[in-house]
Design a protein. Structure first.
Length: 468
């Protein structure tokens, strides 16, 4: 006898199969996956990375000793694992189902505007409740911390997307969340703070001291030190990370630290994006020629591209291209200070990580893409760029908002300034293909919406952008 659940799955499979038959790859606008097609494992590129000629570089230095004090055992095990597939617990899949699978969309009106022969698709990660890809790892990190017995998480946030995602995940799983938000963004994007507080989190500008720091138990020695040197410090992700780690190490209650990007386990949680996208392309009998994403710490771009990278590393798709877009004013890949070991934070508390870096004391310019102002990048992605499996382009701020205007007036939505870097890179390629007549399939990860970033759009329209 078939159970009710088995019948439901069977029915979903039939719908999936008949939808597959009906799809005309050239005419489809939106590709939805049935809920039962949600991937049940993450892809861990540690198992395959060596095929590019280099293994994932291991962190080093005295900072290694703090890892067990700020991360739960289950996440540390994932960080070091070389298993290709890591199972997503059923309970966590139920959380994912709140907004996943996310749609894959064809940007036909953009294609027509650009008069490009390319077919353009984008994955809509902005449909999550906090508005970005970040909850894919936030909810996983909250889930595993709770399971391992912790009561709260401390973290940093740039533009506020990561802090929002962790606050949302804390609300769902019953964890307290303390957020150190880069000072310039705290004042540029007040809506983000309100979102975090609505989800029950505490959010303070970083760096700051009381009374600006309204929760005295969140005061840190490092913020005091930075402000003594530079009272007007706009802050940076590196400074905010140091503050969040100091707070987590003080353990005002059983609290851990949570990082929104860079680490192996974070990138792995994000592979749910690319795994879904692969199934969606299969559904319409397409396979991308070039994949695009923006990179701050490397998580959304890697999550989208790593499942496809596996095909390239295995020799199945030798011509497949991957293009990561970074901010021209924070050019760790295109103009690195050096390639090698550096700290992940400004105070030098973290282990040293192998990466392309602008130096851990880099204070980035006040661009609107707060999430792309990090000095380094994920070691797994750095390895792929170093070995020339992935490419990187740097985009100036004016060009991203030009892309934003094109996008909002063709596809209709406002993307986050971070995401617009990817769109600008894709538009460059679509225009190049218009000249050469190449009919490529271009695919992009839309990592977040820009509804709380309208100040950047406004300054662009008024020709008042501080940084070009
Ligand atoms: C919408 C959005 N996209 C991209 C990023 C960059 O981060 P990552 O490279 O880890 O995806 C951020 C970071 O804050 C973000 O908010």
């Amino acid at each position: 006898m078939e159970s009710k659940e088995e019948k439901r799955i069977e029915k979903a499979k039939q719908v999936f199969e008949s939808a597959k038959e009906k799809f005309e790859p050239k005419s489809v606008i939106r590709v939805d996956l049935p809920e039962d097609e949600l991937p049940t494992s993450w892809y861990n590129i540690n198992a395959d990375l060596h095929k590019c000629g280099m293994k994932t570089p291991f962190p080093t230095g005295p900072g290694l000793a703090i890892l067990p004090k700020i991360f739960p055992p289950s996440l540390l095990a994932q960080e070091l694992s070389h298993d290709r597939w890591i199972k997503i617990p059923d309970e966590l899949l139920e959380y994912y189902k709140i907004w996943r699978p996310t749609p894959l969309h064809r940007a036909k009106r953009l294609e027509e505007f650009l008069k490009t022969p390319c077919r353009i698709y984008y994955k809509q990660e902005y449909v999550s409740p906090p508005g970005s890809h970040k909850p894919n790892t936030a909810i996983a990190q909250a889930y595993f911390n709770k399971k391992d017995g912790y009561e709260g998480l401390a973290t940093e946030t740039g533009a506020g997307q990561w802090g929002s995602a962790l606050s949302f995940s804390g609300a769902l799983t019953g964890l307290k969340v303390d957020v150190f938000m880069v000072r310039v963004s705290y004042y540029q994007k007040p809506g983000r703070r309100v979102l975090m507080e609505s989800w029950g989190a505490r959010c303070v500008p970083s760096p700051s001291v009381p009374p600006e720091r309204v929760y005295p138990d969140m005061a840190t020695e490092f913020a005091k030190k930075v402000l003594e040197k530079d009272p007007d410090s706009p802050g940076s992700l590196g400074i905010a990370i140091s503050e969040a780690i100091e707070h987590a190490l003080k353990k005002p209650y059983p609290i851990n630290y949570s990082l929104g990007s860079v680490l192996n386990h974070v990138l792995m949680h994000q592979t749910i994006i690319g795994l879904e996208a692969k199934k969606q392309f299969e559904l319409i009998d397409e396979y991308p020629d070039v994949l695009f994403g923006c990179t701050g710490g490397g998580s959304n771009y890697s999550g989208f591209t790593f499942p496809f990278t596996q095909d390239k590393l295995d020799g199945k798709k030798p011509d497949l291209r991957f293009v990561a877009a970074e901010a021209e004013s924070c050019p760790r890949y295109t103009k690195p200070k050096y390639i090698g070991y550096d700290y992940g934070d400004t105070a030098g508390m973290t282990p040293m990580i192998w990466m392309y870096t602008l130096g851990h004391d880099f204070v980035p310019p006040r661009i609107h893409a707060g999430g792309l102002r990090y000095h380094g990048n994920a070691p797994q992605l750095c390895t792929l760029v170093y070995k020339k499996v992935h490419e990187v382009v740097a985009i100036p701020q004016t060009e991203i908002f030009q892309a934003g205007q094109i996008l909002s007036q063709t596809e209709g939505f406002l993307s986050a300034p971070e995401t617009l870097h990817a769109w600008a890179a894709l538009i460059r390629e679509a225009r190049r293909c218009k000249e050469t007549g190449e009919k490529k399939v271009l695919a992009l990860n839309d990592s977040g919406h820009g509804w709380l970033d309208v100040r950047g759009y406004d300054e662009f329209l008024k020709k008042k952008l501080e940084v070009a």
